[in-house]
Design a protein around this ligand. Structure first.
Ligand SMILES: [Zn+2]
Length: 263
């Protein structure tokens, strides 16, 4: 619906935000009907924190899209970006570029101390549910999205293509973290869905060094970071190696800048 609407010339506002809000509501409803773990539906005081992260990250991503679109120079993408492709193919190409950038930064975030401190907040959640996908530090949101957007900016991709790509990533993060008992079977070799990503939220740091992909699990297979398939992940999640992570939004945003020890 999103790709068809944008391809038909519908403007970003209000189509994209409306679809994202409806999708979030649908996922939250399905979590009640068919939960993967019943305990993950209980608000342990973390929903408010995650909603604030969601709002902050939406503002950062929207400002990034507007910034890249408004400063596009005349030389950008001359003869490089496939303008003649149908819109869905342009959006898919933009999605692949953005997703590869997200994979690279996510993978680096599990190795470099300062990036890990920004990313550890995402791993601190004691449940994997629809809003958990947006528990990401504002600065990390900016760092994660920049490589893909920068490449698309240089090759002259239209803002409609990368705006749609980022919206698809946002939609997918909802499903990737959804507390819905669903299986994708062989398609998990293509998409990084919840049944793979729950293994990335286990409690010990050394157990979560893999399954980094945001949308396409192809990257994990291609670069050798796919965790061995072991079926359903245990519902006991969190990050034991960072026991002092705050639970409030302000505390989590400030935490990476007040702590210097590596994991
Ligand atoms: Zn991670």
């Amino acid at each position: 619906m999103l790709v068809v609407g944008r391809g038909a010339g519908a403007s970003y506002w209000p189509l994209t935000p409306v679809i994202l809000v409806l999708a979030a509501a649908m996922v939250a409803m399905l979590e009640r009907l068919q939960p993967y773990a019943a305990a993950w539906n209980l608000d342990a005081g973390d929903l408010r924190t995650d909603i604030l992260h969601l709002i902050g990250n939406v503002v950062v991503s929207q400002l990034s899209i507007v910034a890249f679109a408004s400063v596009r120079p005349a030389w950008a993408g001359v003869g490089i970006w496939p303008d003649a492709w149908p819109f869905w193919a342009e959006a898919l190409l933009a999605l692949a570029v953005v997703d590869l950038g997200l994979y690279a930064i996510h993978r680096a975030s599990h190795g470099l101390g300062w990036l890990w401190r920004l990313h550890a907040i995402h791993h601190s959640s004691r449940r994997v549910y629809w809003a958990n996908g947006q528990r990401r530090h504002l600065v990390h949101e900016l760092v994660e999205g920049t490589p893909g957007l920068l490449v698309l900016f240089v090759v002259g991709a239209p803002s409609a293509a990368y705006g749609t790509a980022i919206a698809i990533v946002t939609l997918h993060l909802l499903l990737q973290h959804a507390n819905i008992d669903y299986r994708l079977g062989p398609f998990r070799r293509l998409f990084s869905v919840a049944e793979l990503h729950r293994w990335h939220h286990q409690r010990r740091w050394q157990d979560v060094q893999g399954n980094y992909a945001a949308v396409f699990s192809i990257w994990d297979q291609l670069f050798g970071t796919a965790l061995p398939w072991r079926g359903d992940a245990p519902p006991d999640v969190g990050m034991d190696d960072e026991p002092d992570l705050p639970t409030t939004y302000v505390g989590q945003v400030a935490w990476p800048f007040t702590r210097r020890s590596a994991p």
